[in-house]
Design a protein around this ligand. Structure first.
Ligand code: ADP
Ligand code: MG
Length: 672
């Protein structure tokens, strides 16, 4: 039989209808799928424990001879086999359910490798449904692959079919790099890699195979991302007249503070893109408070000067209001029309604004999700900025871009993004990093308090009020909804405990007027304590706020805590962040929160967060538009990821996109 990558598995002789179904449940339909179906782990036959040293709860391997076996039938439909093996140091019991044929496998005196999780049960050490492999003379395969299985499949069968396929296959997938490059990188070829990932003959070969396949996976991903990036950017925009770096100086003369070096650099990046006739596709990220808003304003201003429309999308109404409040005057002074559009506005008012956007009368528009609705049309939108982009889904983010032709696109993140994530999720964007903070490093001291120490927190709040300080008390959102009840309950408690301290409450269910009023009185220091849902997390900038209490801090992600902490200590004073935890004795939670207390920068926190949560949380989500990673780990294999990026950039310069596309990318980036 002639086997190729395309051969359906159902055509392989040993695969019947039933097995084809089982394989298909693992998304294994063609030979190619099977080749890239990697072992979950390996059974290492050189590495086994003495039975007497087994520890309950641990996955371990042992080697022993069968001393007895017994078949049981506790129910009509259940049988199980109980096998006792010994290695001279102790006896281990193996339990197999509903596999009566094993009776003839585990016959007395035969010797087996056994692997699985040991349990202590009724005074005996046992392993339920272990992996097993009979010992035989002259063995050379010491590392046996262990695959994820579905019903109807066994490890033995998976090995058998893979061996069969590998013996007969006539074409392997295309080599990713020419031989010389592979030699430089110490990478063998694809055939070697696939053979050794399934049936490694040595640790060194396994390591090489793994590295090769990880590299290959990253390489293909990067190639796809870079090609997407090229496609988006090279659309030859022509309106470059009058765009020059002098504009940054002009802009500087119009804003009330001296631009920082990173702010100027990002503005420079934007200008260079436009001058070169490229469509901007850029991620701007940096520490909380690094002044990303001004960069957004610059971009809006730049395009409105040229007569085009530009839009700024914010995740919350409060944040949109804040941007509008802060920058409305700036635009009006330049004779640039500006407005805000929010979902909560009266329908008549919204319609008026939408009409003015459609006619082109309005040049700059700041708003929330209301900007994304279908009935909103622009006259000539050319610049779209998305603030706090992580609050939007990929589809939502892109909607704004689709409201015009060749729209320049800038997404701003709230906190810094680790390199590994930048290279994958945002791999199709250019990236600008805002390093230094305009007002110098913020100083915020962080404490962890237990729930039972609430009294001390009330004392703290009263003391701060006496010192004429302002701050926030934040309650978590539960299951994705802003939990307004718990915010209101907290507010009621504070009113009761601190009747003499002026306080207010803000949450998503208030009307726009009410929100505006609360924020205004907080900004004007009429309120000392603002109790809030997480609505304040996004970009709220009240420089005088000096402290923040975060209730049930364990419910927040670290990045989110960092953003909340970023709300205080901005005016040069030391700020305070108090995490109140409701789970007193959970070591894992305590450790996580403590790592937050000591972490200095948003970058550090983002790295810790990524390590704790793993890439699974981030990757593989179809809506991100990147294929799930099967073997690579963006945290552990960062070096390979970086190399893959470089190599992909190199090959893109040499070969035509069409050839590369056909060779490597067919079927990988499915949502294109
Ligand atoms: P973020 O990067 O978190 O979005 P913001 O844009 O909200 O930060 O800026 C934080 C604060 O710093 C704001 O009060 C803003 O007015 C101020 N700011 C921004 N740039 C500068 C600058 N160059 N000099 C002084 N203050 C600045
Ligand atoms: Mg911001």
């Amino acid at each position: 039989m002639n086997i190729t990558l395309e051969t359906p598995l159902s055509e392989i002789p040993s695969v019947g209808e039933k097995r084809a179904k089982s394989l298909s449940r693992l998304k294994l339909n063609r030979v190619e799928d099977l080749l890239f179906f990697y072992p979950r782990r390996y059974l290492d036959l050189r590495n086994f424990k003495q039975i007497s040293k087994l520890i309950p709860g641990e996955i371990s391997s042992v080697k022993g001879r069968v001393i007895a076996r017994e078949e049981k039938r506790p129910h009509r439909r259940i049988t199980y086999l109980n096998v006792a093996i010994s290695d001279g140091t102790g006896v281990l019991f193996l339990i197999f359910f509903n596999q009566p044929y094993l009776k003839d496998v585990f016959t007395p005196d035969r010797e087996f490798f056994i692997s699985g999780k040991a349990d202590f049960f009724r005074g005996r050490m046992q392993i339920v449904s272990p992996l097993y492999e009979e010992e035989r003379k002259g063995r050379r395969d010491w590392l046996l692959p262990v695959y994820p299985l579905s019903k109807g499949l066994t490890q033995k069968y998976m090995r058998k079919i893979l061996k069969f396929v590998m013996r007969r296959i006539t074409d392997y997938p295309p080599e990713i790099l020419p031989l010389r490059d592979r030699q430089n990188l110490g990478i063998p070829n694809i055939k070697f890699a696939l053979q050794n990932i399934h049936f490694p003959v040595s640790d060194i070969n396994l390591e090489k195979a793994r590295n090769y396949l990880i590299f290959r996976e990253f390489f293909i991903l990067q190639l796809g991302l870079l090609m997407r990036k090229e496609k988006e950017q090279n659309r030859n925009v022509t309106y470059t007249a009058g765009v020059d770096t002098e504009l940054i100086d002009l802009f500087q003369s119009l804003v009330p503070f001296k631009l920082t070096r990173p702010q100027r650099e990002v503005m420079q990046d934007i200008i260079v893109d436009v001058k070169q006739g490229r469509v901007i596709n850029r991620l701007v990220h940096g520490e909380v408070g690094s002044g990303k808003t001004v960069v957004a304003i610059f971009a809006l201003w730049l395009f409105s000067r040229m007569g085009y429309q530009s839009a700024l999308l914010s995740p919350t109404e409060i944040l949109a209001e804040q941007h509008y409040l802060n920058w409305q005057e700036f635009f009006l002074k330049q004779g640039i029309t500006v407005s805000i559009l929010l979902g909560q506005m009266p329908e008549g008012e919204k319609k008026k604004i939408r009409d003015a956007i459609r006619s082109g009368e309005l040049k700059v528009i700041i708003g929330t999700h209301a900007l994304l609705t279908e009935n909103l049309e622009f006259n000539n939108l050319k610049m779209a900025v998305v603030d706090e982009q992580h609050k939007f889904g990929v589809k939502q983010r892109e909607l704004l871009k689709r409201k015009g032709e060749n729209v320049h696109y800038i997404v701003m993140s709230a906190t810094p993004i680790p390199r590994s994530v930048a290279l994958t999720f945002y791999g199709a964007l250019d990236i600008s990093t805002m390093g230094e903070l305009p007002k110098g490093e913020r100083k915020v001291v962080t404490y962890i308090f237990r729930r039972k120490e609430k009294d001390r927190i009330y004392q703290f709040l009263r003391y701060q009020y006496k010192q004429k300080k302002q701050g926030y008390v934040v309650t978590p959102s539960i299951e994705g909804n802003e939990d307004i009840e718990s915010t209101l309950a907290e507010y009621a408690k504070i009113k009761k405990e601190l009747p003499d301290v002026p306080s207010g409450v803000i949450h998503g269910r208030l009307s726009r007027r009410e929100k505006e009023e609360v924020m205004r009185s907080f900004r004007q220091k009429e309120i000392s304590i603002l109790v809030a849902t997480t609505v304040i997390e996004s970009g709220i900038d009240v420089p005088e706020a000096s402290h923040i209490i975060i209730e049930q801090a364990e419910r927040f992600g670290l990045a989110q805590l960092h953003q909340l902490r970023g709300r205080v200590g901005r005016a040069g004073d030391v700020g305070y962040c108090i995490l109140v935890t409701y789970s007193d004795n959970d070591a894992e939670i305590t450790q996580r929160l403590e790592s937050f207390v000591t972490a200095e920068s948003g970058f550090e926190i983002a790295e810790i967060d990524l390590k704790l949560r793993g890439q699974g949380d981030l990757l593989g989500v179809r809506q991100h538009g990147i294929p799930p990673l099967k073997i690579g780990n963006i945290v552990k294999d960062l070096e390979l990821l970086k190399t893959a990026r470089l190599e992909a950039e190199k090959i893109l310069k040499k070969e035509s996109p069409q050839v590369l596309n056909e060779k490597f990318l067919s079927g990988v980036f499915t949502n294109e």
